[in-house]
Design a protein around this ligand. Structure first.
Ligand SMILES: Cc1cc2nc3c(=O)[nH]c(=O)nc-3n(C[C@H](O)[C@H](O)[C@H](O)COP(=O)(O)OP(=O)(O)OC[C@H]3O[C@@H](n4cnc5c(N)ncnc54)[C@H](O)[C@@H]3O)c2cc1C
Length: 441
């Protein structure tokens, strides 16, 4: 069979699901095309560590083409998919150079993940950025570090309080991990760096409308996490969501909390894959898929990960990395089997390896089956598991060394405020430049 006669497998998304699918197709006699809007695979579980200066962006992301460089049947395309034409069997892709280019498929895997959901309050986005991409994490880091710089420069001490109040909206794993890491940053790392302000006096408020933190965990682990957060000086406000977020801060249950740094760590919304396909979705907008992860009526279209809705034992599978990885791998293997003529595998079944969340230095909660533990042991397990799932061995090594360094010295990896537009704004207009140069001489 010539290359041109080989089946074309198009994968949209190089996150956990898409990458697992591509790897499962490495020995398949097919042309695999992986399309992503970014050039990198991102390890989202460690985004909060970039936002709080523990790790650098390059320690949690790797170029997709470098991960798949030895996979000769796979081509990487950087572009934004904007639709799927099911009749013509192609996806529609745009990039900075070309618009609406059709890319044909015989098999399609959609693994486009999720984005933020402001629960109908999109106006909050301007004041409370979320944490989904590397750019989000860098923006959050800039915002947090800048708050300390502004407070240090501010001569009126009554303004310090507002500048040094950080509000995190959403007490799920991301909010809890972020609050813990922020508390360690302000109480330990920054403690000797400023002269006019006392970083340790910063107020960190974690808000959620749920009655407890870490909703998916057991009640006792949730209590342990809350206790730990409070020990770290985090103010945990539960049972009421935010009514308003604006440039002055937030309003919770009628009380205004003045803050210049609000970060959204709450809901997620799936990608528009359901709209592209015009098929049934669940209430959240995730595509309903069958037991073999295909879309009903379209045996060649698979949807996996955060953008798919799959029920197992009467419950919808959660939007976590393990679900995306296992589904991506299954879809890849199933397509491989169809192409080489193997018997179809049994229905997809998710194997839950457990859940973990870190709360500050040396403390995590871990839940797997009936096992529920918290403390240093859980934190060491968390660290080992996360290192194992980083995309390359060089990342595993640098992140391990950084964690040891941070644990021992309290120092962090990346405390730079990098405003990508600064130089443009600061650049004088050409005629000013000529005048200044002339005057200087
Ligand atoms: C801050 C944070 C912390 C988390 N912590 C944990 C954790 O501790 N443990 C855990 O198990 N899970 C965690 N998760 C959830 C986990 O990261 C997701 O469940 C997982 O990434 C889902 O994988 P996916 O392949 O479905 O999507 P993703 O990994 O999000 O990948 C989607 C990919 O599709 C690309 N894409 C999207 N739309 C388009 C388009 N239109 N065109 C082209 N490309 C597109 C994106 O660029 C991205 O590369 C966390 C998530 C976040 C945001």
């Amino acid at each position: 069979m010539t290359k041109n006669q080989q089946a074309r497998v198009v994968i949209v998304g190089g996150g956990f699901g898409g990458l697992a699918a591509a790897k499962a197709l490495r020995n398949t006699p097919a042309r695999v095309i992986l399309i992503d809007r970014t050039n990198h695979h991102l390890f989202q579980p460690l985004l909060y560590q970039v936002a709080t200066s523990v790790l650098t962006p390059s320690q949690i992301a790797t170029p997709i083409r470098s991960i798949l460089r030895n996979q000769k049947n796979t081509t990487i395309v950087m572009g934004e998919v904007t639709g799927v034409d099911k009749d013509q069997k192609c996806v529609i892709v745009s990039d900075a150079d070309r618009q609406n280019v059709p890319i044909a498929y015989d098999y399609l895997i959609l693994a486009t993940g999720a984005s933020h959901s402001y629960f109908g309050h999109n106006e909050f986005a301007e004041y409370a950025p979320g944490l989904k991409s590397l750019a989000d994490a860098e923006a959050a880091r800039n915002k947090i570090l800048q708050a300390f710089e502004l407070a240090e420069a501010e001569e009126d001490p009554t303004r310090h309080r507002d500048l040094l109040t950080f509000v995190l909206v959403g007490a799920g794993p991301t909010g809890v991990e972020m609050a813990g890491a922020l508390a360690i940053l302000v109480r330990n790392t920054l403690k000797s760096d400023f002269r006019r302000i006392e970083p340790a006096s910063a107020r960190i408020v974690l808000v959620d409308m749920a009655p407890r933190v870490l909703g998916p965990f057991s009640e006792s682990l949730s209590k342990a996490a809350k206790k730990r957060l409070e020990k770290l000086g985090v103010e945990v406000r539960l049972g009421h969501g935010v009514d308003l977020i604006d440039e002055e801060g937030v309003v919770i249950a009628g009380e205004r909390i003045a803050s210049k740094t609000v970060i959204w760590t709450a809901g997620v919304a799936p990608s528009p894959a359901g709209k592209w396909l015009n098929v049934e979705t669940d209430r959240a907008g995730r595509v309903r898929i069958q037991k073999d992860l295909t879309v009903p009526g379209h045996p060649q279209i698979f949807v996996v990960g955060d953008t798919a809705s799959f029920d197992q034992n009467g419950k919808s599978l959660p939007g976590v990395a393990q679900v995306a990885i296992q589904q991506g791998r299954y879809a890849g293997k199933l397509i491989h089997g169809r192409i080489v003529g193997n018997a179809a595998p049994g229905p997809f079944s998710y194997f839950d390896k457990g859940s973990m969340a870190v709360v500050g230095k040396g403390f995590a909660v871990l839940q797997t089956g009936k096992v529920q533990v918290s403390g240093l042991g859980a934190w060491l397990t968390w660290a080992a598991v996360h290192l194992q799932f980083l995309a390359t061995s060089s990342l595993r090594l640098t992140v391990f060394l950084q964690w040891v360094w941070t644990y021992v010295t309290g120092q962090r990896g990346d405390r730079l405020i990098v405003n990508h537009h600064d130089s443009q704004l600061a650049e004088p207009a050409p005629d000013t430049l000529v005048k200044n140069t002339t005057a200087g001489r």
